[in-house]
Design a protein around this ligand. Structure first.
Ligand code: HEC
Length: 155
């Protein structure tokens, strides 16, 4: 065997080892898997909710136009129950994007009833509020804009 072949064999072996050992997540896995077992939700659903948004939504740099559109929608459709900085009919949403993923919030907006009924996180929030959140019948685009606005306010 030539030196080159030996060397590339070694490199491939090292890469395989890394691939086998890598990938440990950041969140508390036993907690997540216990909840998942109970609800039979996929890992994706645990983090991003149940509903029409079935891929991760990345929010990069805030698009000010989209955030502005989101603010308008928020004032019309969410402001009756939510404030940014204090509890109202529903929870304060000023820092929500620091604790929930964009897809999760979109699924809650677009698929409110099923999320409230089935998702362990949404269910636990529900128990803290006597009133229920109702579906505001937004389009996906409007929900995306609201999330941009909430992300802007969560910074
Ligand atoms: C009729 C009042 C009402 C309206 C309108 C409403 N919500 Fe809610 N929302 C609530 C209540 C009450 C809760 C908590 C209990 C529950 O889930 O029902 C809640 C929960 C939430 C949560 C979960 C917070 C968490 O900690 O996970 C988010 C996010 C949210 N609402 C966003 C919105 C957005 C965005 C809109 C507008 C599109 C909206 N809500 C419209 C009442 C409302």
């Amino acid at each position: 065997m030539s030196q080159i072949t030996k060397l590339s064999g070694l490199i491939i072996l090292t890469m395989l080892l890394f691939a086998a050992c890598g990938g440990s997540g950041e969140k508390n896995e036993s907690e997540a898997s216990a909840e998942k077992e109970e609800q039979k939700l996929t890992d994706f659903e645990m983090e991003h909710g149940i509903g029409p948004v079935d891929e991760e939504i990345e929010i990069g740099e805030i698009d000010p136009e989209l955030a502005k559109e989101g603010m308008r929608v928020f004032d019309m459709k969410c402001g009756a129950c939510h404030k940014l900085d204090s509890r109202y009919v529903g929870p304060p949403l000023g820092g929500i994007m620091n604790v929930r993923s964009p897809a999760y919030v979109m699924n809650l907006i677009l698929n409110t009833d099923e999320m409230r009924a089935k998702h362990p996180v949404a269910k636990s929030v529900t128990t803290e509020y006597p009133t229920r959140m109702t579906n505001q019948q937004l389009t996906r685009e409007k929900a995306r804009a609201v999330v941009e606005y909430l992300a802007q306010e969560s910074q």
